[in-house]
Design a binder for this molecule. Sequence first.
Ligand code: DPP
Ligand code: ZN
Length: 861
Amino acid sequence: PKKIFLKDYARPDYLVEHVSLTFALDKTKTRVTARLSVKRNEGVADDAPLVLNGEDLDLVSIAVDGEALGEDAWSYEHNLLTVKEVPASFTLETEVIINPDANTKLSGLYISNGMFCTQCEAEGFRRITFFPDRPDVLSTYDVRIEADKSAYPVLLANGNPGDTGDLDNGRHFAEWADPHPKPAYLFALVGGDLAHKQDSFTTMSDREVTLQIFVQPHNLDKTDYALDALKRSMKWDEETFGREYDLDIFMIVAVDHFNFGAMENKGLNIFNSSCVLASETTATDGDFELIESIVAHEYFHNWSGNRVTCRDWFQLCLKEGFTVFRDQEFTADQRSRAVARIRDVRRLWQRQFQEDAGPLAHPVRPESYITIDNFYTATVYDKGAELVRMMKTLLGPEDFRKATDLYFDRNDGTAATVEDFVGAMEEASGLDLTQFRRWYSDAGTPKIEAQEAWDNGTYALTLTQHTDPTPGQDEKAPRHIPVRMGLIGPDGPMVDEKVLELKEESQTFTFDGLQSKPVASLFRGFSAPVTVKRDLDTEERLRLIAQDTDSFNRWATAHAFAMDLLKSMAGQHEMENTHEALISYAKAIETIIKDDTLEPAFRAEVLRVPTETDIGRAVPQIDPDAIAEARRKFRRGLLETLRGTLSDLYKANMVTDEYDPGADQAGKRALKNAALALLMAEPSDSTVDLALKQAADATNMTDEAGAVSLLAQSDRPEREGALSRFYDKWKHDPLVVNKWLVWQALAGGEDALEKIIALTKHEAFDMGNPNKVRSLIGAFAIENPKAFHRADGAGYDFFFEKVRELDKRNPQVAARLLTATESWRKLEPKRRDMLGSRLKALSQEDGLSNNTFEMAERLSD
Ligand code: DPP
Ligand code: ZN
């Protein structure tokens, strides 16, 4: 396979100004006719051939300006169609046959539960028709879809609707036109027997937009929340970024088989049904929150991604990092800012820090790839969002808004680069972000060491930065790091919050005239994606947990304290008197969880115990058994101190009002279920009865799932009954059944792996559905370290067998599964050798997809 490099970027030789597509939909033989208005790019030689991408296409005919091309005028090999000679401006007409029914890659045009749908990002359009399938070729589109009317009454594409009508043989047609130039990856088409819910939104310039959500008819009762989230997103983007929607209609379609979470196709977003369908009895509060943020994310792409798109795929963070930042800000405004920040940072730690620390580390703007599919990563998305947030911190809110206005206005209708974005930040603010650009080009998480000195009223803070080598990058220069901070004295805050700018390898900042020695609250709100090493004693920690005025840092300090305890209990950290420290920790969090002036959702976050996987990320060497044992002891230790408080919290946070998925009720349920989770650390009969009763009486999925998942994680005899009752109740609902698969994928016990293997044969499992694969195999490999890293290697054998099987069917999903192994070098030696040698063997195998080959090679390198 060939590597593609950012440094080799060259403008396209030919542009396509307009595309006319006709689809004669058929399950196995769909005919696609494409008329492209092609124009040679400025400065390109007259004899430059026209080269188009095409994959799995059966070419029927090809003509230039109405003249069929002879056999020797073109060639089609290695997924490229080359026409040797073309005029400066012409119409290319091709006709191809494709087979949606055989498309198990779920890229291009495929069939999900009997409906036609598409996924074209990143390189799926070439599986529909011949095209210069690269994001810097922008075209307007008109589309005509023909299909059997009774099987596919609904026919959708991008843009505004046009003509519809009946044809012979029970077929009908629909036409769509999209006036906004877009790259091919934003093309979409849907054909199926779908029901829809409709609403409307009036934009800030008083245009009425029709909003529609299309689903399979039996899911029509699960669309209200997404529709509401969509309207709130549209309003928010007008108010916060001044961005207005630009077509007459905005549609969302739910699809069961989908490689991503959702896709921002112009005017026709296609969603994984797990990211759009919700009702109170089938979706948890967490699902509602996720749906709200994904609906917002895809909608926000209309400007950050569609109106301004990416020049090439190396610039992916330009749309993804920025859009994640936008959806995170939306959630923070709709719900609790502090809690949203905690959840976003937790996710960054779980996924991105881990990526940055292992063989898959890559810059936010990568320099090379074999398949771009492998770079839809936490680094591009979540770290990309942090870079935007840091620039906002450096610029301040007013200049940041000026900068985004400038960026949108200047680049509207074009394919832009990271440089255009950072340049707009500089121009709007006058700041010099030269050094800041290293965040885009250098991989790895900077490690900050903080040293504090106190001398007679003067506090001196010395910050030192260092970034370890990452693949292909041995030396790292210092970065420009915003440090939002404050000083906390024995009686509370001592100086106003400041943003320090760390630019050197080491810098000292001093604060004079202080009455007593403060404790610094550093990186407030997680102002930079770095790790911080500092020596705080227990008393200083307790001061920050109790008195920091930054809620995020109260949580982060408690979390760091818990992690040190857990590491120490797992034999991987020196800590004096762990037993007493654990009691201090328990008392400190008890004060928080009992404090009714704090939001319940925040208290729930403080009460949450890091998972075994979280602990594995924090220790230098992973011994899954020692980690599991440490966590078990830690939870039991906490429970000894907190039992009474937990029971009180459980009772005090019962919600009796009518269900509402908003932050207030969700926070109470989160706190109640977090209390139950810790009570289940050593379940008494009465705790188990409580969980059983909660499961039986629940009127919403949050409470039902909260209880059943805990029973499923326990080794109590009531476990099997709870799981089978749940399955019998919900087996008709695939999204709910996915939860049931996840709980079992996470379960412990000697025969955990055998039970998971048995589930791959269960009617609820399907290797052809990415959601099922992720729920069972993904959850097992990522979140069940004891079973995955079983000492005899059986967990690895099962995993690799499934990866190989999946690679033949759906390479994108297979390659993504492999990321579960990314920390293999940190395993204790025996497991490290077993997993490492399996990765190596995979990378040397013939017949792998490019996706899986690239991942296996990077992982084992
Ligand atoms: N662009 C999609 C998203 O981030 C993924 N394909 O939402
Ligand atoms: Zn996105």
